[in-house]
Design a protein around this ligand. Structure first.
Ligand code: B12
Length: 221
């Protein structure tokens, strides 16, 4: 799959949705699983776009076009999965000030493939509103993405507020910063950090029974 990255990157940069869709159908769909597509094609392509942008080899407009073109394809390839009230609930959002939501959008797909009942709130969610959502919906886990150092303080505050309203919640944190910084406040039993979606997939598989037991306990109370 890695050999597809240059062509994939060029195609999203051109904004050519037709060519991208053909590339997906001919070389990706049916040849690999969604996790490999996300990790070995989407992620390196977007990181490459970040490098080109940083070196002024592409403009902000071109980066926006690439992101929008990629999202167009992703929306057409995501698979709807059946979920029931008896499945664990996951709330996914980016902290206030965090616009990098694509990684979390892909994480949402991993949860859905594992038949979680999810609510994906996307980018830039005010702490107060995220906490209100947790209080009302009572998810078994929240998943948060962090990509910018400027939102570390908000992340810390948000986790504290969420744990106040639901002390037994599991907090899953991923995003670019996890690979670059040692965030000591995330080293707690109630919090788990992830470098990529494969780790998330393994974690959800390994803990499936534990999360199911939590939802069954809630239903019977
Ligand atoms: C696209 C993009 C944007 C888009 C985002 C659109 C969107 N809806 O996501 C827009 C235009 C909004 C944007 C804005 C900005 N950006 Co920007 N952006 C990027 C770019 C090119 C790609 C991001 C991306 O989609 N990556 C692909 C995804 C799949 O990767 P990922 O997020 O790491 O996610 C993976 C894992 O981390 C993990 N994961 C992620 N989240 C989670 C969550 C959970 C729970 C789990 C389990 C796993 C997980 O799974 C994913 C798959 O493996 C990056 C380049 C880069 N290296 O990432 C720059 C980049 C991150 N941006 C950068 C900058 C500077 C900015 C701006 C400040 C620019 C500006 N001057 O306005 C603003 C800041 C906005 C903000 N406050 O958040 C810099 C950051 C530099 C730094 N030192 O921090 C980068 C690195 C570009 C660069 N090389 O300079 N950006």
């Amino acid at each position: 799959m890695k050999q597809l990255v240059p062509t994939f990157t060029k195609t999203i940069l051109k904004g050519d949705v037709q060519a991208l869709s053909e590339l997906y159908t001919s070389s990706i769909q049916g040849s690999t699983d969604s996790l490999t597509f996300y990790e070995s094609v989407v992620r390196p392509s977007m990181y490459r776009i970040g490098d080109l942008w940083e070196k002024n080899q592409i403009t902000v407009a071109e980066e926006h076009l690439a992101t929008a073109t990629l999202k167009y394809l992703l929306a057409s390839v995501y698979t709807p999965y059946e979920v029931s009230e008896r499945r664990p609930k996951g709330l996914l959002f980016c902290i206030e000030g965090e616009q990098h939501s694509l990684g979390l959008e892909l994480a949402n797909e991993v949860f859905k493939e594992q038949h979680w009942n999810t609510r994906y709130l996307g980018a830039n969610v005010p702490i107060r509103d995220a906490v209100t959502f947790v209080k009302a919906w009572r998810p078994q886990a929240v998943a948060i993405s962090i990509g910018m150092t400027t939102t570390i303080q908000q992340l810390k505050e948000c986790l504290e507020e969420i744990e106040k309203v639901q002390p037994d919640i599991k907090i899953l944190v991923g995003g670019r910063l996890i690979s670059h910084y040692k965030l000591e406040f995330l080293k707690k039993d109630s919090i788990k950090t992830f470098y990529d979606l494969r780790e998330l997939n393994e974690y959800l598989e390994e803990h499936a029974d534990q999360f199911l037991a939590l939802i069954e306990e809630k239903i019977s109370n």
